[in-house]
Structure formats: structure tokens, C-alpha cells
Design a protein around this ligand. Structure first.
Ligand code: FRU
Length: 326
């Protein structure tokens, strides 16, 4: 069956475990299903640099027509991406960056802007001296670096705001719970937490709840997923004060990859929009996303119906051929 496809798009994904990656993969698969010429292969890097390097090696060997990579970390993934690119494989980097410029195009939201938006939001709602704890993403991954830079640049310009501590994570909340417990025991003056994603933010809220501090310390996250327990819902429930939308760009990645396959020249930098989600716009965002999700479901149902029809058709035509002795 694979031979029927004209093109293969290989995607070296950081990992499959979290909801943000799941949403991204799902939107990419839906787009791939639209195009009968395209076979989409998504590899699970299990959030591990060595695994991801192996995945990319496999995709190169397979002879993919476009390689998409969301690098676990920038530096160690750069050489293998360079190798693919210098072999003539078009490379689309998504969400997290590599070093240098040896790739075809980049797609993702501006993470400096994400950090800047979070800090500007804090500056806009505070006038008294306030202390902030920053929970950063994985060291060596570009969104962690850029979110922190954007955030701290703005905080430094606002005298009443101060980041009293920054802690590192691996993007998952289990990696910070113990440290956070300690920090909260030792530091009594924290007013706000800026967590680099909503999973870290939710993990922080759970620790605050454990210590009875959930009403004293307000939380800002990043991602703003629309599904159950996603950032938008957590803002609606008042668990987060705000979250900064970080779109997955799954649809856009597939569209860019298709343009590349069609021989079109694509822009080097493709920047997705972000927005602050708080109690003022969470409901409307939720409504919009629910509508999109319903459309997506309708489309998936249609696609499945079509597939069933195709199967029936091919069985019938095989029977016909048998009967006619062809
Ligand atoms: C998902 C994720 C998001 C975060 C992004 C940064 O794997 O951790 O929560 O915004 O990666 O690359």
C-alpha cells in the first residue's frame, strides 16, 4: 500500500506523551489524510536527544521527501539536521529551534514574545512591589531560553516587579515538585508564578494547594490548549490567572511541507500568533475552539466514510473481475 503514496513526510517529534504533542500530531494526521499522495510518518523521540538522533537517521535512510523536526534540545540535534539538509532533503524545523541556519524553514510562535507578553500582563495588573517565581522549561531547548529572556527583559524595566528565583525543569511537573515545596517553605514573599508551560503551572498549583497557598499566589502558564484540563479550561476555573497561547502549528506545518513538495519557495521564518488568555477572553476562546473541534470531527467522520466506500468499491470490483475472468 505504501507504494501508492507519491511523497513521504517524516516528522521527528520530541515525544508522544503530553497533550500538546498529541494535539499537534492529530492535526498533522488529519491534514495528511486529506492528501492521498502523502504518507506521514511520525517518530516518537521519547523526549530524549539520542532517541531523536536515531529517529532522524532512520528517516534519512527511508528517503523522506521532507523532514520535519521539533528538536528536543538545540545544540545536540543540530549536526544530524545539518547532515539531512546538506544531503538535499528539505528540512522544516517546528516549535523548538536548532543552531545556525542550515534548514529550509522554521515554523512556530515567537517565544521571546511569549515571555514578553507574560511579563507585560503582570506589569499591567500590579502596582505594588511583587515577587515572582519563574519555573523554566528544559535547559538547552530554545523555548525555555527565549521565554525566560523575553520575560526577564520586561521585568527588569518594571521596578516594582522582581524575579526572586528561577528553577529549571524538564517541561514536566514531576521534575519540580520537590524543589517547589522547598522554595515555598523557605520563601514566604512570592506573589506570582510564571511557569513556562501549563503542565508545570498545574503541577505548581497542586503544590500550592497542598500548602494552602492557592489563593495567595497567582499563576501564569503557557500553551492554552483547548481540551479537557487544558490551559483555557484552567483559566475558566480560576486555577490559572492567565496563560499565553502557544499554538502547536500542526496544520500549518503540513501546509508548509506540501508547498515545499510542490516546489514552491517558502519563507524562512513562519511565525504563529500568540495571545494572552485570561478570565476576560477564556469563554470566547473556548467557544471558538469547540466549534473548530466539531468541524474536525465532522471531517474525520467524512474521511472514514470515504475510506469505507473505497474498500467496498475495491472488493466489489475484485469480485467483478473474478466473475468476468479478468
Ligand atoms: C510540549 C511542550 C509544551 C511547550 C513546548 C515547548 O511538549 O512542552 O508544553 O510549550 O513543548 O517546546
Amino acid at each position: 500500500k505504501e507504494d501508492a503514496y507519491k511523497f513521504t513526510i517524516g516528522f521527528a517529534q520530541t515525544g508522544f506523551d503530553d497533550d500538546w504533542r498529541k494535539a499537534m500530531n492529530q492535526s498533522m494526521r488529519i491534514q495528511a489524510d486529506f492528501n492521498p499522495n502523502i504518507d506521514l510518518v511520525i517518530m516518537d523521540g521519547e523526549d530524549d536527544v539520542d532517541n531523536q538522533i536515531e529517529d532522524i537517521e532512520q528517516l534519512i535512510k527511508k528517503g523522506v521527501d521532507v523532514l520535519i523536526v521539533s528538536p528536543v534540545k538545540s545544540k545536540p540535534i543540530t549536526p544530524i539536521v545539518k547532515r539531512a539538509y546538506n544531503k538535499g532533503i528539505p528540512v522544516l524545523i517546528v516549535d523548538r529551534k536548532i543552531e545556525g541556519s542550515e534548514y529550509t524553514a522554521y515554523l512556530g510562535a515567537d517565544n521571546l514574545q511569549v515571555g514578553t507578553d507574560a511579563a507585560n500582563y503582570l506589569a499591567s495588573i500590579t502596582s505594588e512591589k511583587s515577587y515572582i517565581l519563574e519555573i523554566k522549561g528544559l535547559p538547552g531547548s530554545s523555548p525555555a531560553l527565549e521565554r525566560s529572556l523575553g520575560f526577564n527583559n520586561v521585568i527588569k524595566k518594571n521596578n516594582h516587579l522582581e524575579v526572586i528565583q528561577s528553577i529549571d525543569s524538564n517541561w514536566e511537573s514531576y521534575s519540580i515538585t520537590d524543589t517547589l515545596r522547598k522554595v515555598l517553605d523557605e520563601t514566604k514573599s512570592i506573589n506570582y508564578i510564571f511557569a513556562h508551560n501549563d503542565r508545570l503551572a498545574l503541577g505548581a498549583w497542586e503544590v500550592l494547594k497542598e500548602k494552602g497557598l492557592q489563593n495567595d499566589i497567582k499563576i501564569i502558564g503557557v500553551d492554552g490548549l483547548s481540551g479537557p484540563n487544558g490551559g483555557i479550561q484552567l483559566v475558566q476555573e480560576g486555577i490559572f490567572m492567565a496563560t499565553i497561547l502557544y499554538p502547536t502549528g500542526g496544520d500549518e506545518a503540513m501546509k508548509l511541507a506540501s508547498s515545499i513538495l510542490n516546489g514552491q519557495t517558502v519563507p524562512k521564518n513562519n511565525i504563529l500568533k500568540t495571545i494572552v488568555i485570561d478570565s476576560r477572553n477564556a469563554d470566547i476562546m473556548k467557544n471558538q475552539y469547540d466549534k473548530i473541534a466539531q468541524h474536525q470531527k465532522d471531517i474525520e467522520n467524512q474521511q472514514n466514510k470515504l475510506k469505507r466506500q473505497e474498500k467496498i468499491y475495491s472488493t466489489q470490483s475484485n469480485i467483478l473481475k473474478l466473475l468476468l475472468g479478468l
